[in-house]
Structure formats: structure tokens, C-alpha cells
Write a protein that binds this ligand. Structure first.
Ligand code: PMP
Length: 397
């Protein structure tokens, strides 16, 4: 059990970050901490006031992707279908950009409610991507001494946000098959009494969907809020959205990023109104811009195109899984997302070889011991996947 955020590996907030992200860079003592009185340079001034744990991080590096086959960031590879794009463009052209957006984004929330069938008894909060909602939730719950708990390896922004908000992060290792280690989760919850638990469902970077009964057990054991992060819901076969009424401590987090709309930055949280009312106080007044609000409302007027693209991605995923599994020395892990985690003999060599062939994937080796020699590969178009598979066949002989 680790009690420190896994910030020594990566911050993939934008899901394009390199492995150098978030690396601790050693001692961060300031002149003031060292007892030196006068601050003489900007660097020393910065060092004297910026929190040491922030100075000890390095900002994430986004790998350049121009001209590359981009399979590193879980984006949907397909553009909007023509008629949907026309609806989107028309909505954007009507936006009065001289005005602030609707602070409560009522029309966008109504479109989401309609599209997802969200019950009138539940409340919705929108964010600038679900990344922002993770930040809002964490800062609202970061009472002095409060604990955030999550399985590991999981989404790196959970421990990062714990660090930003001054919350203590407790990571509970997954089992070797990436399932939730329920006895370990239960005893950590019992011991740590976390205010906040994050469960990515399905999980990133492992790709698997935890057993619903295990997540239910966490919901029953946890004394505080449990966020079930369904960023990949479109590719999975299960959701906790219909169970919010049963669990007063459940918040379901989602994003439109993986279904073809990563560029508009829109995430949403659904929970009992009592939670959302408090989280809403932490939100910046106009956190979702007018273009995103108008565009999302237009895009969600019909969602058949999202379901069709997701089903095409699932079909390609199955083809990719089968072909990768045939590579000598490769192990493909079960996935219910739009990416495939695969273990190869030498992840760095394959990553470098792919990069030299202008194919960008994510090397997650070094993020966590369970991810040794693993690559996370986003499902692309059939043509992109063919290029990837041909390159992998050369590299994994
Ligand atoms: N949650 C999980 C589990 C993710 O993998 C991601 C993106 N990689 C996010 C949240 C953030 O998504 P966004 O900010 O694009 O909505």
C-alpha cells in the first residue's frame, strides 16, 4: 500500500503527456526554508513562495503528433458525420461571443438529461472536461487531514489532484489480473476512512471493467463520496448511472471526450442534488464556454451517430485484440474501453520502433509494477490499425 501519489510516473491529463510528466525532481527547499534572508532573483522569489510539492513536479510534456498516426490519447479517430457537423457549425455561428456564457448552462444540461434519460431527482454539474470536475470534487472535499483513496494503477489525475488540494492519497494495488482487490480495498477503507474514493469504471490504463458487485461493495463500505468515473462508458456494457438513487454516496462522472468530442472539453457529473449544490460552489462562474455549450446542445440533439461510431470502434477493438494477441511474446489484457493494453517483451523498444514509423502509442512501463512492459494503444481507424499491426509484426518477432 502506498500513501504517496504516484506522481513519479506521469500526468496524462491531456492524455498526450510523456512519461516524464509529474516527475519529482528532488529537493525543493527555498531560501527562506534554508534560513537565507534576502531573496535576490526571480528563481529564489518563486522558490520562497510556491509550495515545495508543486516545485518538485515538472509540467507534463505533450509529444508532438503532427504527421503521426495518433494512437496515444483515447480519442475517437472519426470526424463528425456531415449532417452532425453542419448542425454543430450552425449552432456555433449563432453564439453571441461578446456575452458571457449562461453560467448554469441550462440548455446543455437539458440536452444531456434528454440524451441520457437522467432522472429529475438527480442533479447535473458540467465541467471543462471531466478533469475539471475531478479538481472541483477534490477541492470541495479536501478538509484538513482528509484522505482520497483509489485503486492503483488508475487514472493519474486522481493522485495529482489530491496533491494539488493537499489531500492525503492512499493507493490500493489492484490484483495481478487488474481486478479490484476487495479485501485490500475494504481494509484500507476501514483504516483510512476516506472522504473520497475514485473508481474508474472501466479503468484507465488497464482497460478492464471491475466487477459491478465489487464496486457495490466499495459503495457500501465507504464512509464518504464514491466517484464512479465512466469516461469510457460508450465502450463498456455497464454503468452505475441507474444506481444513483440506491446509493446516496455515489457520483457518476462522464465525459464526451472519448466519443468524438475531445476538442470541446465537456465533462459532467450526476449525483443527488445535495452533492451537486456543494460542488457547484467550487466551480468557476463560467467554466463551460459558450461555444462548447451551444455545440454540445446541438450535437446531443440526436446521439445515434455516437452509438454508431462507438460500435465501429468496438468492432475494430476486437480485431486489434485478436491480431495483437497473435504477436510472439505479446499478452493482451481484456478491455471494455477504446484502447488495448498489451504486454510485450520490451515496451521501450516497441514504442521507439513505432515512433520511428510515425505511430504514437503510450508506453506505460514504469507507471506501476503491474504495468511492466505494457503499451496502451488507442483503437484507430481500420487503416491506422493496419499500419500499427504491420509495424508491430516487424517489431515483435
Ligand atoms: N477519467 C478517466 C478515467 C480518463 O481516462 C480521462 C481521460 N484520459 C478523464 C477522466 C479525463 O477526461 P476529460 O478531461 O477529457 O473529460
Amino acid at each position: 500500500m502506498r500513501e504517496a501519489p504516484n506522481i513519479g510516473c506521469t500526468n496524462d491529463a491531456g492524455e498526450s503527456a510523456g512519461n516524464s510528466v509529474g516527475r519529482m525532481t528532488g529537493s525543493a527547499s527555498s531560501p527562506a526554508e534554508r534560513g537565507e534572508g534576502k531573496v535576490s532573483s526571480t528563481a529564489e522569489l518563486v522558490a520562497s513562495v510556491v509550495r515545495p510539492e508543486i516545485r518538485a513536479l515538472s509540467a507534463y510534456a505533450v509529444p508532438r503528433a503532427e504527421g503521426m498516426v495518433k494512437l496515444d490519447a483515447m480519442e475517437n479517430p472519426y470526424p463528425l458525420p456531415g449532417p452532425v457537423r453542419a448542425r454543430f457549425d450552425a449552432a456555433l455561428s449563432r453564439v453571441a461571443v461578446n456575452r458571457y456564457p449562461d453560467g448554469s448552462a441550462e440548455a446543455t444540461k437539458a440536452a444531456l438529461r434528454q440524451a441520457l434519460g437522467i432522472s429529475g431527482r438527480q442533479a447535473v454539474l458540467l465541467g471543462n472536461g471531466s478533469d475539471e470536475l475531478i479538481q472541483i470534487i477534490t477541492s470541495a472535499l479536501a478538509r484538513p487531514g482528509a484522505v482520497m483513496l483509489a485503486p492503483e494503477p488508475s487514472f493519474v489525475m486522481y493522485p495529482m489532484n489530491a496533491l494539488f488540494a493537499g489531500m492525503r492519497f492512499v493507493g490500493v494495488p489492484l490484483s495481478a489480473d487488474f481486478s479490484l482487490d476487495l479485501p485490500a480495498m475494504r481494509s484500507a477503507i476501514e483504516r483510512e476512512q476516506p472522504s473520497l474514493v475514485f473508481i474508474a469504471y472501466p479503468n484507465n490504463p488497464t482497460g478492464n471493467l471491475f466487477a459491478a458487485r465489487d464496486v457495490e461493495a466499495v459503495l457500501r463500505a465507504a464512509p464518504g463520496l464514491v466517484v464512479v468515473d465512466e469516461a469510457y462508458y460508450a465502450f463498456a456494457e455497464s454503468s452505475f448511472l441507474p444506481r444513483i438513487a440506491e446509493h446516496p454516496n455515489l457520483l457518476v462522472l462522464r465525459t464526451v471526450s472519448k466519443v468524438g468530442l475531445a476538442g470541446i472539453r465537456l465533462g459532467y457529473a450526476v449525483a443527488a442534488p445535495e452533492w451537486i449544490a456543494e460542488l457547484n460552489k467550487v466551480r468557476a462562474p463560467y467554466n463551460v464556454n459558450a461555444l462548447t455549450q451551444a455545440g454540445a446542445a446541438a450535437l446531443l440533439a440526436d446521439t445515434d451517430w455516437i452509438a454508431e461510431q462507438a460500435s465501429a470502434i468496438r468492432a475494430e477493438r476486437a480485431r486489434l485484440e485478436a491480431a495483437l494477441a497473435r504477436l510472439p511474446g505479446a499478452t493482451v489484457f481484456p478491455t471494455q474501453t477504446n484502447f488495448v493494453l498489451v504486454r510485450v517483451a520490451d515496451a521501450k523498444a516497441v514504442f521507439d520502433g513505432l515512433k520511428a514509423r510515425r505511430i504514437l502509442v503510450k508506453n506505460v512501463h514504469g507507471w506501476h509494477p503491474l504495468l511492466a512492459n505494457c503499451l496502451r494503444i488507442t483503437v484507430g481507424t481500420p487503416e491506422e490499425n493496419d499500419l500499427l499491426l504491420a509495424a508491430c509484426a516487424e517489431l515483435c518477432q
